[in-house]
Design a protein around this ligand. Structure first.
Ligand code: HEM
Length: 415
């Protein structure tokens, strides 16, 4: 897409590429500030929105802003890979998060019913025990990778256990989830796309087979709850739809929370004074997690597409304009938060962030994700009061636009 296709009066930033190594290393260096609330980025063909108020307005108006592009690949997918994806049941709008009403509600309602506060609360002892077991394995090692030891396995184990996946299959599911981030939010090279598509098709098939197995032998898990809803009224929730819900949860409940734990620990350890505050006052931990979601969210970008001509941030946009909702920039908007560039453990209302979206698609797993991050930090603070970042480590991030957290975070259990 070229600059000539952009809406009149909209600034164009030829240099903005959210998949460039410089941007991935430090997206905050590129924040445009209040003078540039909207611009067109030819590198991805999206209008970038940066203000809290505009992004919130988009989330709140699903009639004017469709979710259809939420997981649309950023590059053309080659026909062979498309064929494999379609044959594997992966449609262009592949799950709940990219559906509009009424199709969205068909999946969201039963998923929300099954994903009840009761189920989430029942997970607390499981999350605590899993975090403890994972950190027992670290023991008194002086230096370890926080992501490999805790931030990655904790949410994966929890969401798979919640869904009812047998423990021996966790590793396979984790492996498949990585392909999803590359397809929907990265820039996969044509030569890699067939492999990615084959893995996603296998992932779909696995979940569809799991649903059949759970029909034969229901368990006390979320898949079992969904099957109970299906039995009440088979037309309201089909078995294919249950597999689709599990597809949404398995991915959404995993990468997002790994990133949240990694980002929270990174930000707390960046200033040893913050860690000392957390150790002395563990009641600050929920605040620390919310402040991280504002300051350095693990889902820094979400997407929408206009369904009619609209005016946004003073620019007239046509129908079909694709929007890059820069949630990380909204968290740093000085019209919404005082001193937004400062990580403040004592900030009033950091939870006003938009890191979980808003409105009809508001994150279904927000409470679970929060709980996991809070328990992870609490367990770390209890065991390692003198925890530090290992010095001089360059951080790396998976090359995609929407899921962000350090891939490795080396920490020292004592200075
Ligand atoms: C902890 C970090 C997490 C973050 C930052 C996050 C962020 C988001 C965002 C930005 C959306 C899109 C909202 C919108 O379009 O308005 C979303 C949707 C969703 N999230 Fe999360 N999420 C997290 C954790 C989880 C967990 C743990 C689960 C489930 C186990 C989950 C399940 C979902 C689902 C199913 C949707 C789609 C809801 C719908 O379309 O109605 N998320 N999340």
């Amino acid at each position: 897409m070229t600059a000539t296709t952009t809406a009149p009066g909209c600034p164009v930033d030829e240099s903005f590429d959210p998949l460039s190594p410089e941007f991935l290393a430090d997206p905050y260096a590129k924040l445009p500030g209040p003078a540039k609330p909207i611009f067109f980025a030819p590198s991805i063909g999206y209008y970038v929105l940066t203000r809290y108020a505009d992004i919130e307005a988009v989330f709140r108006d699903p009639a004017s802003y469709s979710a259809a592009v939420a997981q649309a690949p950023l590059v053309a997918i080659i026909p062979e890979a498309q064929r494999i994806l379609l044959a594997g049941g992966h449609k262009p709008q592949p799950s709940m998060v990219s559906l509009d009403e009424p199709e969205h509600a068909r999946l969201r309602k039963p998923a929300a019913r099954a994903f009840s506060m009761k189920r989430v609360t029942a997970m607390i002892p499981v999350i605590e025990a899993t975090a403890a077991r994972l950190l027992d394995a670290v023991g008194q090692a002086q230096e370890f990778d926080l992501v490999a030891a805790l931030a990655f396995p904790l949410p994966a184990n929890i969401v798979f256990a919640l869904m009812g996946v047998p423990a021996e299959d966790y590793a396979r599911l984790k492996h498949w989830c990585g392909y999803r981030a590359a397809l929907g939010w990265g820039r996969p090279a044509p030569e890699d796309q067939v492999d990615i598509a084959a893995n996603i098709a296998a992932y779909r098939k696995y979940l569809r087979d799991l649903v059949d197995a759970k029909v034969r032998e229901p368990g006390d898990d979320l898949a079992g709850d969904l099957i109970a809803i299906h039995r009440e009224e088979p037309d309201r929730l089909t078995l294919d739809e249950i597999a689709s819900i599990l597809f949404s949860l398995s991915f959404a409940g995993h990468e997002t929370t790994t990133g949240l734990i990694g980002n929270t620990v990174r930000r707390l350890l960046e200033d040893p004074g913050r860690w000392a505050d957390i150790v002395a006052h563990p009641e600050l931990i929920p605040k620390a997690v919310e402040e991280t979601l504002r300051y350095d969210p693990s889902v820094p970008v979400w997407r929408r597409v206009t369904t009619r001509p609209v005016t946004l941030a003073g620019v007239d946009l046509p129908e079909g304009a694709r929007l890059f909702l820069w949630l990380a920039a909204a968290g740093r908007d000085e019209a919404a938060f005082d001193h937004p560039g400062y990580f403040d453990l004592y900030r009033p209302e950091p939870e006003r962030h938009l890191a979980f979206g808003k409105g009809l698609h508001y994150c279904l797993g927000a409470n679970l994700g929060r709980l996991e991050a809070q328990i992870a930090v609490a367990e770390l603070a209890r065991r390692y009061p003198r925890l530090r970042l290992a010095p001089d480590q360059p951080l790396s991030f998976h090359p995609n636009i929407s899921f962000r957290g350090p891939q490795v975070l080396k920490v020292r259990s004592r200075p």
